[in-house]
Design a protein around this ligand. Structure first.
Ligand code: AMP
Ligand code: MG
Length: 355
C-alpha cells in the first residue's frame, strides 16, 4: 500500500468542541480511514455501508478478509436500520449496556455489505461510550465499521502512540484522545442462535448479561487450548494469531510462590545465557523477581487495572526486544476470563500448569 500522509489530531476527551471533529467526520463521510479512541481500545473507522471504504480497513490492517468488522452506531435505535428479526433480548441488552463495551450480533439487513461482515449473514453492532467516538459517528452521519486499530496480529492499541506505530502512513487521520480506559475489546454476544452465546469475553461478564436476559452460554473455545486446523469458531477473528508480542510468551499457573519460584528459575537460565527476559508481574509480586525486566500489569486487588495494562505491557516488551516473556496467570472468572482469553492467545496457548 502506498504511503499516505496521516494527520495526527490531539483532542481532549474531557473537554472538546465538536467542531474539532468535523475534519475527521468529513474524511469518514467521503470514504476515508480515521483511527479514534473508544473506551475499549482504539478503533480504525470507515463507512460500514460502503464496501470500498470498509475494504480499505482490511488493507491498512493487513486483516484477513473473512474476519468481520464491528459496526459502530451513535443511537440505540439505529440497530433497526442494520438488522432484521431482532429479538426482544437485543433491546433489553441495549437498554442496560449501551453506550458501553458490548457488541451484539444480529441478522443483517441487505444494506450491510458482505465486505463488512466477512461474508456472513449476520452483523456485529456496538454503541460506544467514549464521547469522541460517539460525537464522531454522529457528526459523520454514517455507520462506522471499526475493528481495533492495530496491524493484524499485534496487540490491540490502548494509546494513540500504538496506533501511530502500526498505521502511520496507512490511514488519513489518527485522533489522539488519550488512553482507552478499559483496555480490552468489547464482550461479543451472538443473539442469532437458539440461545444467547458469548463469543468473546470482555468487561461485561456472563453474569451481568444473564442478570438481564436469563441464561447465556459461553463459547467453549474461549479458554480452549490450541485449535486444530479445521476448527471453526463462531467469531471468525478467534482463529487468527492475535496480540502476539515479538518474544515468546509463556504463562505460569499455580499457587503464587510456586509460580514466582519457577519464573525466577527459568529467567535466571535465560539471563545467564545472555537473553533479554521480560516478566509480567503484579503490584503484589513485583519485588519477588530479582532478575529479568519486571513490569507491573496492574493490581490483583482491582482486576480492571490488569485488563487496562495488558496490551500496553505486551507492546512495551516489544520495544525492549524481550526474547522471552514470563507471566503470572489470572483466574478465569468474571474479568479474569477476558484477561486470560487475551493472554492465552498472546501466548499461543502456551501455559505451564504447576502443581
Ligand atoms: P476487532 O474489532 O478487531 O476486535 O474484531 C472484531 C471481532 O468481532 C472479530 O473477532 C470478529 O470475528 C467478531 N465479529 C464481527 N462480526 C461478527 C459476526 N457477524 N459474527 C461473529 N463474530 C463477529
Ligand atoms: Mg482486533
Amino acid at each position: 500500500m502506498q504511503n499516505m500522509h496521516t494527520e495526527i489530531k490531539k483532542i481532549d476527551a474531557d473537554e472538546f468542541d465538536p467542531e474539532e471533529l468535523l475534519q475527521a467526520a468529513n474524511i469518514l463521510k467521503s470514504g476515508g480511514l480515521v483511527a479514534f479512541p473508544t473506551e475499549t481500545v482504539y478503533g480504525l473507522g470507515a463507512n460500514a455501508l460502503e464496501e470500498l471504504a470498509a475494504g480499505k480497513i482490511y488493507e491498512a490492517k493487513g486483516r484477513p478478509s473473512d474476519n468481520p468488522l464491528i459496526v459502530h452506531i451513535a443511537n440505540k435505535m439505529d440497530i433497526n436500520q442494520l438488522a432484521k428479526d431482532i429479538p426482544e433480548t437485543a433491546y433489553k441488552l441495549a437498554e442496560v449496556f449501551w453506550p458501553g463495551p458490548l457488541t451484539i450480533i444480529l441478522k443483517k439487513k441487505e444494506c450491510v455489505p458482505y465486505g463488512t461482515t466477512g461474508g456472513l449473514d449476520t452483523v456485529a453492532i456496538r454503541l460506544p461510550a467514549n464521547k469522541i467516538a460517539r460525537e464522531l459517528i454522529e457528526l459523520s452521519g454514517i455507520f462506522v465499521a471499526a475493528p481495533s486499530a492495530n496491524r493484524s496480529g499485534k496487540p490491540s492499541p490502548t494509546k494513540a502512540e500504538h496506533v501511530i506505530e502500526d498505521l502511520s502512513g496507512k490511514v488519513d487521520m489518527i485522533i489522539d484522545g488519550g488512553k482507552a480506559t478499559l483496555g480490552l475489546e468489547s464482550t461479543i454476544i451472538d443473539l442469532t442462535g437458539e440461545k444467547p452465546m458469548i463469543l468473546r469475553p470482555g468487561c461485561i461478564t456472563q453474569q451481568m448479561l444473564s442478570n438481564v436476559i436469563g441464561e447465556v452460554e459461553i463459547d467453549p473455545t474461549i479458554l480452549a487450548p490450541k485449535m486444530d486446523h479445521d476448527f471453526k469458531p463462531k467469531a471468525p477473528g478467534m482463529k487468527y494469531r492475535h496480540y502476539a508480542p515479538e518474544g515468546s510468551l509463556t504463562i505460569y499457573e499455580g499457587d503464587t510462590n510456586t509460580v514466582i519460584n519457577e519464573i525466577n528459575k527459568v529467567t535466571k537460565e535465560k539471563v545467564d545465557n545472555g537473553h533479554v527476559v521480560g516478566i509480567i508481574a503484579t503490584e503484589e509480586t513485583k519485588s519477588s523477581y530479582p532478575s529479568g525486566v519486571v513490569k507491573v500489569i496492574g493490581s490483583r486487588k482491582d482486576e480492571a487495572t490488569i485488563a487496562a495494562g495488558l496490551f500496553d505491557i505486551l507492546r512495551e516488551f516489544d520495544t525492549l526486544h524481550a526474547e522471552y516473556i514470563y507471566s503470572e496467570s489470572f483466574g478465569d472468572n468474571r474479568l479474569g476470563q477476558a484477561i486470560m482469553n487475551r493472554l492465552l492467545k498472546a501466548a499461543g496457548y502456551h501455559i505451564n500448569k504447576l502443581s
